[in-house]
Write a protein that binds this ligand. Structure first.
Ligand SMILES: NC(=O)c1ccc[n+]([C@@H]2O[C@H](COP(=O)([O-])OP(=O)(O)OC[C@H]3O[C@@H](n4cnc5c(N)ncnc54)[C@H](O)[C@@H]3O)[C@@H](O)[C@H]2O)c1
Length: 270
């Protein structure tokens, strides 16, 4: 059911790789709620071609950008404002990648060049996106910027490796830039800490199935799905959450506040 929550709003959605991507679901819901937006992803991800299908379904233009490249980001914001005919009301940062995780490097044997790449792609890029938006004066007042994160920023999940540090950086940037953007333009900045979700990025983590099962049993409401995450993102883009800013918001069925659950005890006592 649609509520017209984003009627007349314009934005940029980063990170729709395929139908399982959280950003893909956000794009479909944003369209349903009346928004207009451009879609973007790293040039290398364009080769898969799936994003064109989403562009067709949502009437959006695709503008490739490597989120670590200031030049690409400058072009993205310029072209997005041209295409959409004005400034932006929302931005979704749904980006994560660790070469160390992808190549199966142990945490005690990390390649530091790759480590810096992880931090750049998954953490710093959020700052680059907002700095570009600020310099180009691309945001409307009361706009909303959201990035997706994971609880490994607060607690250790061994196989998450250097992504944990990247997420800690990301969440800290949300607070620091959230302060700045609130003062400058009344723009809010938040991160959503999502349950483990079956997507391309999610599946990169070793033992992901066990992980999902554990999280499901540790969450009194069960794991939050990508669709439910998209619903939450839409509320943060809407005018119903104007004073929510500089927050890391858990969207995890209660996982983050649970010590142990009956479902887990039942499983472990078998
Ligand atoms: N899947 C999960 O379990 C889970 C849980 C919590 C948070 N998250 C976060 O949600 C976000 C979206 O991930 P997803 O699960 O939808 O997976 P996904 O693989 O569909 O999305 C990750 C996206 O990052 C993009 N990307 C990688 N490098 C990039 C670059 N240099 N420039 C621009 N884009 C780049 C990829 O092309 C891809 O579209 C990520 O931040 C991820 O860490 C995922």
């Amino acid at each position: 059911m649609a509520y017209n929550l984003l009627k007349g709003k314009k934005g940029i959605i980063f990170g729709a790789l395929d139908e399982s991507s959280i950003a893909w679901k956000v794009a479909l819901k944003a369209k349903e709620e009346g928004a207009q937006f451009t879609l973007t992803n790293a040039p290398i991800a364009m080769r898969m071609g799936a994003i064109n299908k989403l562009a067709e379904a949502t009437g959006s233009t695709v503008i490739p950008a490597d989120a670590t490249s200031l030049e690409d980001l400058d072009n993205l914001f310029t072209k997005s404002m041209e295409t959409l005919g004005g400034k932006l009301d929302f931005v979704l940062h749904s980006i994560g990648m660790s070469p160390n995780v992808r190549k199966g490097k142990e945490y005690g044997d990390l390649n530091y060049e790759w480590y810096l790449k992880t931090l750049d792609i998954s953490g710093l890029s959020f700052h680059k996106v907002m700095q570009t938006a600020e310099k180009k004066d691309a945001m409307n007042e009361w706009g909303s910027i959201v990035a997706l994160t994971y609880i490994a920023a607060q607690r250790t999940f061994p196989d998450y490796s250097d992504m944990a540090e990247a997420k800690a950086v990301l969440e800290s940037i949300a607070r620091s830039y959230g302060y700045r953007f609130a003062k400058l333009k009344k723009v809010r900045v938040n991160t959503i800490s999502q349950s483990p979700t079956v997507t391309t990025a999610g599946k990169g983590i070793t033992g992901f199935d066990v992980f999902i099962d554990f999280a499901e049993r540790m969450s009194p409401l069960g794991n939050a799905t990508a669709e439910e995450c998209a619903d939450y993102v839409i509320t943060l883009f809407s005018d119903l959450t104007k004073k929510v800013t500089m927050q890391n918001l858990f969207h995890d069925g209660g996982f983050s506040s649970s010590g142990i659950t009956e479902q887990l005890i039942e499983r472990l006592s078998k």
